[in-house]
Design a binder for this molecule. Sequence first.
Ligand SMILES: [Zn+2]
Length: 394
Amino acid sequence: MQESTKHVIGGGMPAFVKKTFLPFFLSPLFDILVNRTRLRKPYQISAAGAALHKTLHVADLHCDALISHRNLAQRSRRGHVDLPRLEAGNVALQVFAIVTHAPVREGVTWLPTDLDALTFKLIMQRWPEPAWHSPFERAMHAAQRLHAVEAHADGRFRIIRSAMALEHFLEERRHKPFLTSGILAVEGLHCLEGDIAHLDVLYDAGVRIAGLVHLAGNELGGAAHGRNRGGITPFGEQVARRMEEKRVLIDLAHASPTLIDDVLNMTTQPVIVSHTGLKSVCDNERNLSDAHLKRIAEKGGVVGIGFFPWASGGKDLASFIRSIRRGVELVGAEHIALGSDFDGAVTTPFDASGVALVTDALAREGLPRADIANIMGENVLRLLRRALPEKDAR
Ligand SMILES: [Zn+2]
């Protein structure tokens, strides 16, 4: 069943809320309550692990920092991602996903109305009024936020739009190891609002990765959770083909099992699953079956393992490492990657400055250096070199 292309995006917020200091008090609460970390700083990383980590190109396939109220160019003690913490974590490339709809009723079906949890948050953060009501406008505003970060980063941060730009960035980073980069992604193409032409606008804004669905199924296909768990729709097929033409990488995180099959049956290019877990470690509707993991790997794809309990099966780093090891056992280290879900309303063991903990743990497990390098970022970079448009069309 298709959902209407008109998503119910909360009503207006009383003007007095906008004009008060309420946003300043409420926005930080979100990080304090839901974007927490478990380990205390300073993180305990062995000298050997830290030395190895410094030699790696680290890449993370998913964070939701663009809906944070924080200034991402400045270090914060709250939440998970900002440029100084990416720098401290030696993260070369971070995918910044744009969330445009958080339908409460998909998880709480008895609610009498389709509330969108994001509306209140974005109004509190003083996003422009068109973004209060329109998922597409939200996506455009979030993309502009990352461009603003780039503009104010004194050259320390780059948004990557092409394989050539990625190559140049990595070359420059050899001499300037503090450089970090980002790729724009959208989480759920309901933000097209049913108009495929919006894909071109998002592309021009720098979006290079997109999931067809997010928390709810939409007019493109079914989600892993929520009420619509069907396969791909004719509109979804049309969009997926257009994405392949434009070289926008398809992300199957949150896709229903049927949608995953449908996309793998019709596409010719590798896909990613940016932030997920493995059913054979942590069996829930959100996670990937062994069969799907194998099919995605056979097509040259990469799967990012999430740092949060619903994905990895536990609250600690050891659970995450167990999921990584299981993935490697099933498809080899060439198809497994990091998919933190930092700032995605999740509690993670550490923030972006502590990613060396993963390198350290993988080394302690006795994984060969080449496997560690692949998992920590080389797989993502290899796929992006192949998947991104060759040159920047700007
Ligand atoms: Zn997600």
